[in-house]
Write a protein that binds this ligand. Structure first.
Ligand SMILES: [Zn+2]
Length: 256
């Protein structure tokens, strides 16, 4: 089997990095926190990075500046949406966050995408919103919901991008089918991009242990699950040529 690179389903990369800085980051779904940041990010063309369109629930300026028309235009150009969601620990009033999140979900019902969702201290609220406005492939990032909420999320079609800090939680083994699992670094803006593959390998080890599968199998699983999302949302054409090639190779191996 050809060596597969790491795939980080939720990281943050500063948009002032040079493209050279990002050559050793592995494949990353890079989240943005505001439409302004997303606008700049979507101008970039790194073969291993898929930039997302986000509006962070903890950032008042991002929430204030959110505009549904602008969001829709950006979403039309990207396979990835995030970071979006709800956070009751945020200083932004929850009503404001819910208003934004509903607009996000409404756009996604017409434009299915990989949607990376933040739910800090708001797991119940996020599930309620996903029930209200169902979307095809929600991806719960750093999920801390209860076991029962996790089962409910699975029923709602959610995927889970697992961070190392929560990878030991048994609900990912007992409540989540393997076909819904992804891994993430939630790497910060100031951290060196070249460290992302190490962080992803670490979470792959933890997930492999939890699921009782080989660590190499975990990486294949994650790529396969991304491929399933990209197929379901019909967003292959919005990814870079190298991303498409890697996903296609994995799909071919899977069928052989
Ligand atoms: Zn994040």
């Amino acid at each position: 089997m050809k060596h597969l690179p790491t795939l980080d389903a939720h990281g943050h990369l500063a948009i002032d990095h040079s493209s050279d800085d990002l050559t050793n980051s592995g494949f990353v779904l890079a989240m943005t926190l505001s439409l302004e940041e997303a606008t700049k990010a979507l101008e970039r063309q790194e073969p291993r990075i898929a930039w997302g369109v986000g509006c962070y629930p903890r950032r008042a300026v991002s929430q204030e500046a959110f505009d549904i028309g602008e969001f829709r235009e950006l979403v039309e150009r990207s396979a990835i949406v995030g970071e979006v969601g709800l956070d009751t620990g945020s200083r932004v009033p929850i009503e404001k966050q819910i208003h934004t999140f509903r607009q996000v979900l409404e756009v996604i019902t017409d434009h299915p995408r990989f949607v990376s969702i933040h739910s800090y201290r708001a797991t119940r609220l996020v599930l309620d919103e996903l029930r209200r406005i169902p979307i095809s492939t929600p991806v719960l990032h750093w999920w801390t919901g209860s076991a029962d909420e996790t089962s409910e999320a699975v029923e709602l079609g959610c995927y889970f991008s697992i961070h190392s800090a929560i990878a030991r939680h048994s609900k990912f083994r007992t409540r989540v089918p393997q076909e819904r699992i992804l891994v993430e670094s939630d790497h910060g803006y100031a951290d060196p991009p070249a460290a992302i593959p190490c962080r992803i390998e670490w979470v792959e080890h933890l997930v492999a242990q939890q699921l009782g599968i080989h660590v190499k199998e975990t990486r294949r699983l994650v790529w396969r699950n991304l491929a399933a999302i990209i197929q379901e949302t019909r967003t292959m054409d919005l990814l870079s040529t190298l991303f498409i090639k890697t996903i296609r190779e994995e799909m071919i191996q899977d069928n052989s």
